[in-house]
Design a protein around this ligand. Structure first.
Ligand code: NAD
Length: 468
């Protein structure tokens, strides 16, 4: 069994709050990790350590900081197999998928190692006797609060961008993947001075204590309710809140598309990682002309996906997902596939296809963090756009269409950070977007995350008067 230790000012120790949480393997319920929860004084000590290390790290040259990230990336790559095993045991992702997502994290660290030293300000056209410039400076201490559904890749993005720009960090990994966070810290920490990276462990209250601490940025990837409470805490302290939160992404299937291909895309979007992806397909608006063939093909896809997906992260999430599905069925939706909790150990849930979903059902209105494809039939592309836009969330959206004008309308009109045409996943490296509405605020990834992690100083330098 793993023991998730906290890491404060260069030293490993067990949290002394007196509370201990145990993570069980969602595949078969065996205990995996013991996590002694950090106490309030330990959260404060981690923030103090990060504050103490901040001036020297800010003075460290960007290329030396980038070198530390490259070394950390190499260490993570070398341990990817071991880390993937821990991740799979804690959150159920198949090991090969876990390894892919760890390699995505390694790539992100290397990307920030390259981008950090080239992150530039600008010089200004001022008085000839002076030098005027705008420079990106580290903000100071960044609290990084991360989720379990892609625990290494998400953490690597925030840690990489924060550290390479000269900030120090207090990281709180998810309470559902603490050993993954502990092992990741063990691979990164040897490459930075004590105090530059600190890790505390615990659940929501520990995250809340960290978010309310005297830090400069709170970067949170996670659920919308947690993001909202962090934003409120930041309003109290003056820290900047950077939020990448939940989504309820629509998929529009237009008239005239190949229903078989569209069903393959829908299944990939809804069932990959057992639906536990922030940009998973959550609600599908399918044109009446292709609806029947599409839902038939989607049902066949669901049966095939049942063989390859892992369980949900735990039974708590499974209960939430199943409650949303059951409520939809009670309110008139039909489950063409899945929709039942299987007998046996673990937190397994089948790929589920619902038809006849109404806009006010939780499966359409809320985030459903599970393998659920909720569908509704529309009469026109116009109706699909209107219903897809009517959501509290605005993370991403996909449109499958052969019409260029529909594609153009989609990316211009849908209130979402990312709009994808004819592919549920994908995007060029270097892209970044603003989540809309309850999905968050700020750039949570990409080169623009370097801007978020820094503050601009305008400097005006004049020579002293002659004769001194
Ligand atoms: P969560 O918000 O419950 O937990 C995420 C982290 O926040 C954990 O470390 C948790 O302990 C902490 N936390 C919880 N309550 C807190 C509070 N009040 N104050 C401070 N910290 C708190 O989310 P989760 O269940 O771990 O992750 C799933 C959610 O994350 C989904 O909603 C998903 O869409 C979202 N997500 C979003 C993105 C994105 O890029 N937009 C990426 C991955 C996951």
């Amino acid at each position: 069994m793993y023991e998730a230790a906290q890491f404060i000012d260069g030293r490993w120790s067990a949290g002394t709050s007196g509370r201990v949480l145990t993570v069980t393997d969602p595949r078969d319920d065996t205990p995996v990790t013991r996590m002694p929860v950090s106490g309030a004084d330990e959260v404060a000590a981690a923030v103090r350590a990060a504050r103490g290390a901040a001036p020297a790290w800010a003075r460290t040259s960007p290329s030396a900081r980038a070198g530390a990230l490259h070394a950390a990336a190499t260490a993570i790559e070398a341990a990817a197999g071991e880390l993937a095993g821990i991740m799979a045991a804690e959150m159920g992702k198949p090991v090969a998928d876990a390894q892919d997502s760890i390699m995505a994290g390694v790539g992100t660290l290397r990307q920030y190692a390259e981008l950090g030293p080239t992150h530039r300000g600008r010089t200004l056209a001022g008085d000839d006797a002076a030098i005027d410039l705008m420079a990106f400076r580290p903000r100071g201490v960044v609290a990084v609060i991360t989720p379990w559904n892609d625990p290494v890749a998400v953490a690597c993005g925030l840690l990489g961008a924060a550290l390479v720009t000269g900030n120090t960090v207090v990281h709180k990994p998810s309470e559902r993947t603490p050993a993954t966070g502990w092992r990741l810290a063990g691979l990164v920490a040897p490459h930075v001075p004590p105090g530059v990276l600190n890790v505390v462990h615990g659940d929501g209250p520990v995250g809340a204590a960290l978010a309310a601490s005297p830090v400069d940025v709170v970067a949170h990837v996670g659920s919308t309710p947690a993001g909202r409470s962090i934003a409120a805490a930041c309003a109290g302290t003056g820290a900047k809140a950077l939020l990448e939160n939940g989504g309820s992404d629509p998929l529009i299937v237009d008239a005239g598309v190949d229903p078989q291909w569209a069903a393959g895309q829908a299944a990939l979007g809804a069932f990959a990682n057992s639906g536990q992806i922030c940009v998973a397909v959550e609600r599908i608006y399918v044109h009446r002309d292709v609806a029947e063939a599409f839902t038939d093909a989607l049902t066949a896809e669901a049966a095939a996906w049942g063989e390859r997906i892992g369980p949900l992260v735990d039974r708590r999430l499974r209960d939430t997902v199943h409650a949303q599905v059951s409520a939809a069925v009670r309110a008139g939706a039909t489950a063409l596939h899945g929709g039942q909790i299987p007998a046996g150990a673990g937190a397994w849930y089948p790929p589920t296809v619902l038809t006849g979903c109404a806009d006010d059902m939780a499966v359409m209105r809320e985030e459903t963090f599970g393998p659920v494809a909720a569908t509704a039939v529309v009469e026109s592309f116009e109706e699909a756009l209107t219903r897809a836009s009517d959501s509290p969330y605005g993370l991403a959206a996909t449109v499958l269409t052969a019409s260029m004008s529909h594609a153009q309308r989609a990316w211009r009109e849908l209130p979402a950070g990312t709009v994808k045409i004819n592919a549920v996943f994908g995007g060029a490296p270097g892209g970044s977007a603003h989540p809309r509405r309850a999905s968050g605020q700020g750039f949570g990834y990409g080169p623009e995350l370097l801007d978020e992690m820094t503050a601009v100083t305008a400097a005006h330098l004049e020579a002293p008067p002659t004769g001194w």
